[in-house]
Design a protein around this ligand. Structure first.
Ligand SMILES: [Mn+2]
Length: 443
């Protein structure tokens, strides 16, 4: 439980820097799916980051004051409910197990909070994320204001606690890096399983089942996001899910799938031939995307900007589009013209990566601060930042586009952790060279 306590202490230190106060971080509400069945419960990432506690109906309260305090509100023990829903820590055992200074029943939160919030100079709370909880916080504030004639003072300032936590979460500590490494390994195993199982005649959903099977059997609790299994032209639909289409001999399969392990996401994309052998045109485009990805990865190191990888990838992709005739030099001009005017966007319309962590599109600013009035530069990479690298090419039929490339959609995505000297590719175990993929699929 050491990392969680360290993170709470680090947040409290930041609160002190702003004059102290009280932070309120609730976990996620349970959400009804239909009738009386809930969606599978997933804790709030911020809450989990500070506690490691996964039960619903819980709130962390931190106080940066004369005496710092970290307090957990959670469900009471309830032997009757535990028969139906499983074990609950209850405040006392949770306090002990998760290293809080104090713990109370969630049923006591209204009474306790109007006491805890009195005389605090500031409140640190992410307003506007949960209307129901916002109303509760307002109720506590009003309860404190009602005590003013009795000598209490209400918080005079409010800060968004998520902004402080976003910066902390952006830099992964050793515990987080270790979980992310294991999550990426499980996802890589799932991609390998999918490649091995694939053959013409199978449905996309059957491949999805292989991914889910591997995630779960290796201990992952959930997929980190809805898996994409897209065969043939479906790969050109960027947010396609796993559907009913049948893998056809001669088509490519694009899989974008990653598991969540112990609260951390992985995010891997591989593209491979359904029959195990790339065709000439498929291979030509695949090698361009792979070269673009290598170029982007080479730009991931401390001191480089977040977008340096994207810029390097775009250069290789655009060059490849000109060489293969996807783009006609006579129409679009030189490589520099293609980049400057954005002609490459016909076939590459998304960015090359995003932060990765507890959320698959993780939190953290993409820009560095700048003096007022100046444009903020893209973020400078630092050790501990984690990001995806995912260039692609998607060819929809169009006038002037060579027909041999029509309907080919390729993306290659890995997870990178910035290290002191470069980056570690957490998802390295998933094969991606043409030779490695074809060798695996021959087995
Ligand atoms: Mn991604």
């Amino acid at each position: 439980m050491r990392p969680y306590k360290n993170r709470r202490d680090a947040l409290i230190a930041q609160m002190h820097a702003k004059g102290g106060g009280i932070a309120i971080i609730p976990t996620a509400p349970e959400v009804l799916r239909n009738n009386d069945a809930d969606y599978p419960y997933r804790h709030d990432s911020y809450f989990y980051y500070l506690s490691g506690f996964t039960e619903p109906q819980a709130v962390i309260v931190l106080i940066a004051g004369k005496t710092d305090q970290s307090i957990l509100f959670c469900r009471d023990k309830n032997l009757e409910r535990e028969i139906w829903d499983g074990y609950r820590y209850g405040p006392e055992a949770a306090r002990e197990a998760f290293g809080f200074d104090a713990a109370f029943s969630i049923d006591a939160i209204d009474t306790e909070m109007s006491k805890l919030m009195a005389n605090q100079p500031a409140i640190f709370y992410a307003l506007g994320r949960d209307a129901k909880f916002d109303t509760q916080v307002q109720g506590w504030l009003n309860a404190v204001r009602a005590q003013v004639r009795a000598g209490a003072t209400a918080p005079a300032a409010a800060y968004d606690v998520h902004l402080l936590l976003n910066e902390m979460r952006l830099i992964k500590d050793a515990t987080e890096a270790d979980i992310m490494r294991r999550a990426a390994q499980i996802s890589a195993d799932a991609h390998i399983r999918a490649m091995r199982m694939s053959q013409p005649g199978l449905h996309e959903y059957q491949i999805e089942a292989e991914l889910l099977h591997e995630f779960r059997r290796k201990g992952s609790q959930f997929p980190a996001y809805t898996s994409i299994v897209a065969t043939g032209a479906n790969a050109c639909v960027l947010h396609y899910r796993a559907g009913e289409s049948v893998l056809k001999d001669g088509d490519l399969v694009l899989i974008d799938a990653g598991c969540e392990l112990d609260g951390y996401a992985s995010d891997i994309t591989r593209t491979y031939p359904a029959n195990g052998r790339f065709s000439g045109p498929q291979k030509a485009l695949y090698e361009i995307v792979l070269a673009a990805q290598h170029a982007a990865i080479a730009e991931i190191k401390p001191g480089k900007r977040f977008t340096d990888g994207h810029d390097a990838a775009v250069r290789i992709l655009a060059q490849g589009m000109l060489e293969t005739g996807l783009l006609d030099k006579n129409k679009v001009g030189t490589l520099d013209d293609v980049i400057e005017k954005g002609a490459y966007r016909q076939f590459y319309m998304h960015r090359t990566g995003h932060w990765l962590g507890m959320d698959v599109h993780d939190v953290g600013e993409y820009r560095d601060p700048a003096p007022a009035g100046e444009e903020k530069p893209w973020r400078t990479l630092q050790p501990g930042m984690a990001l995806t690298v995912e260039p692609g090419i998607y060819v929809r039929p169009a006038d002037g586009v060579p027909e041999q490339f029509w309907h080919i959609g390729i993306r290659i995505e890995d997870d990178a952790l910035v290290t002191a000297s470069g980056c570690e590719i957490l998802s390295h175990a998933a094969p991606k060279s043409v030779a490695d993929i074809e060798a695996l699929m021959r087995q």
